[in-house]
Design a protein around this ligand. Structure first.
Ligand code: SF4
Length: 484
């Protein structure tokens, strides 16, 4: 599909809003005058202080034309967003679809809501969401609830605060919907001893920098991949390295994702408990065995429940469970049962994701059937209703591109169990020092919204073989804090 934009400033937003309607379409984006014919042509003209945003969209022989005017000084959103509005209106008319998040294509709606509240107050912030950004009222209300829920956690962070992320990019097998750079633990077996040794070294190096700079560690998060793909001994080696490298006296939360129930056993859970881990994830994704098989998860719903109960019996009193709406072979009824089963187990957090059709995922490359956007929206609505009714509240959220129905991912919590790491990371509240293959350190200047990123090598073999080169990049952490 051809997209014409006024100039290069607008190409990103124009393409993103078209992508909302056509997630798998190939776009050719050009700038300049409208040549006519099939495609989307957007333009901005200015006469004095008056701006006119216009769009002509022609698809399959049908055409819609939209235009809006605004005084430059009265515009409450960026010109890019104002142009996206007319594209949205034109494509909405042609397709009959009105995306629930309007022109918002970014991953952090609650962060935007918090920033609008700071600048304009709550009522105007909500008005800007609903009227200017064309967000559906229920989604604006969700972003507002999350923004308000995050305040308490955000208030605990100070300019010297940071969180620590440890990347374990190994999984037992690759799930059909996953595009993450995760390596099968069986094929990576040879690398594991070196990987664990190098990660412990990087933890020691990073811990020394944090001490030297007087930074205060608030939360620790082991993610992946599936950290519990490692053995109990390797997990202990890494948690020991965290304990010996960092001052944990101010740590409020220590999470390890034990995402795949087939990687969890009593020995690993005991090792995590002994290491002071306070929160784990045991992720069903669905409690329907047929769906689990369709998405390539090598565990059953019964095994998820068994591992959850085992964790409870060993004293884990803060457990998250992830569910995904829109999976292959799932239905609104079966998803409702999954949510009800999760509710009956009463984990502290339940995170409801919407399936995202990532280009590299097997589900996309093999053209597997997924639920329709409408069925997925029904699943998400059902989850929202059941979770609210079950005493859970939304406490963090994010959006992914190419998610079915352009929906969102929301973390729900029982009162008092908000995962602070999720809030800090999604709202970009403070620095995250990240360790391990594929990890990205994000350095936050407390005086601004600016983030400086320091990248580790993506693949474990590269992480190991070019370790010294990568470690040298960590010196950017010192340089950053000396600059600010
Ligand atoms: S467990 Fe998570 S990271 Fe691993 S393959 Fe499945 S979705 Fe990807």
């Amino acid at each position: 599909m051809l997209i014409i934009c006024p100039d290069p400033t607008y190409t990103y937003e124009c393409e993103k809003i078209c992508r909302v309607f056509f997630p798998t379409e190939r776009f050719e984006v050009r700038t300049g005058a409208d040549p006519g014919g099939e495609g989307v042509a957007a333009a901005i003209t200015q006469a004095g202080e008056t701006l006119t945003f216009s769009c002509r969209a022609s698809l399959g022989g049908r055409t819609a034309e939209k235009s809006e005017t605004a005084e430059a000084a009265a515009l409450r959103i960026s010109r890019e967003m104002a142009l996206a509005r007319v594209i949205l209106l034109a494509l909405g008319e042609l397709t009959g679809v009105m995306p629930p998040w309007g022109v918002l294509t970014g991953v952090r709606p609650s962060k935007l809501m918090r920033s609008l509240i700071r600048r304009h107050g709550e009522q105007t912030a909500r008005e800007i969401f609903e009227q200017d950004l064309m967000v559906r009222p229920d989604k604006a209300a969700l972003a507002l609830s999350v923004a308000k829920a995050e305040d308490a956690g955000v208030a605990l962070s100070s300019p010297a605060s940071f969180s620590l992320y440890v990347s374990i990019p190994f999984c037992p097998t690759r799930c059909a919907y996953c595009s993450f750079v995760s390596h099968s633990i069986a094929s990576a077996k040879k690398l594991i001893p070196d990987y664990v040794r190098r990660t412990a070294e990087e933890l020691a190096y990073t811990g020394a920098i944090a001490r030297e700079l007087g930074l205060r560690l608030e939360t620790v998060y082991f993610g992946g991949g599936t950290p519990t793909s490692l053995s109990a001994e390797d997990l202990t080696a890494l948690t020991d390295a965290v304990r010996s490298s960092f001052d944990l006296s101010a740590v409020r939360e220590f999470t390890v994702e034990a995402g795949r129930p087939d990687t969890v056993d009593e020995g690993k859970l005991r090792a995590l408990k002994n290491a002071g881990v306070t929160r784990i994830s045991i992720n069903p994704q669905t409690f329907n065995d047929r769906v689990l098989e369709a998405i390539g998860r090598r565990h059953t719903a019964a095994e998820t429940i068994e591992k959850f109960r085992l964790a409870r019996s060993l004293g884990f009193d803060n457990i998250n469970m992830d569910l995904i709406a829109g999976l292959t072979d799932d239905t609104p009824e079966s998803f409702r049962e999954s949510v009800s089963t999760a509710l009956a187990l009463a984990p502290e957090n339940i995170t409801v994701h919407t399936l995202a059709l990532k280009t590299a995922a097997r589900l996309v490359t093999e053209n597997a059937r997924t639920e329709s956007a409408a069925a997925t929206a029904e699943m998400v609505e059902t989850a929202n209703r059941l979770l609210s009714g079950g005493g859970y509240a939304p406490y963090y959220m994010y959006r992914q591109s190419k998610s079915l129905g352009n929906l969102e991912n929301v973390g729900w919590t029982r009162p008092g169990f908000d995962c602070l790491y999720n809030i800090y990371m999604m709202e970009e509240i403070h620095t995250v020092l990240a360790v391990g293959a594929g990890a990205v350190t994000k350095l936050k200047d407390p005086r601004s919204e600016a983030l400086t990123r320091v990248y580790n090598f993506k693949y474990p073999y590269e992480y190991i073989s070019r370790f010294d080169e990568m470690l040298a990049r960590k010196d950017e952490v010192r340089a950053f804090y000396s600059r600010i």
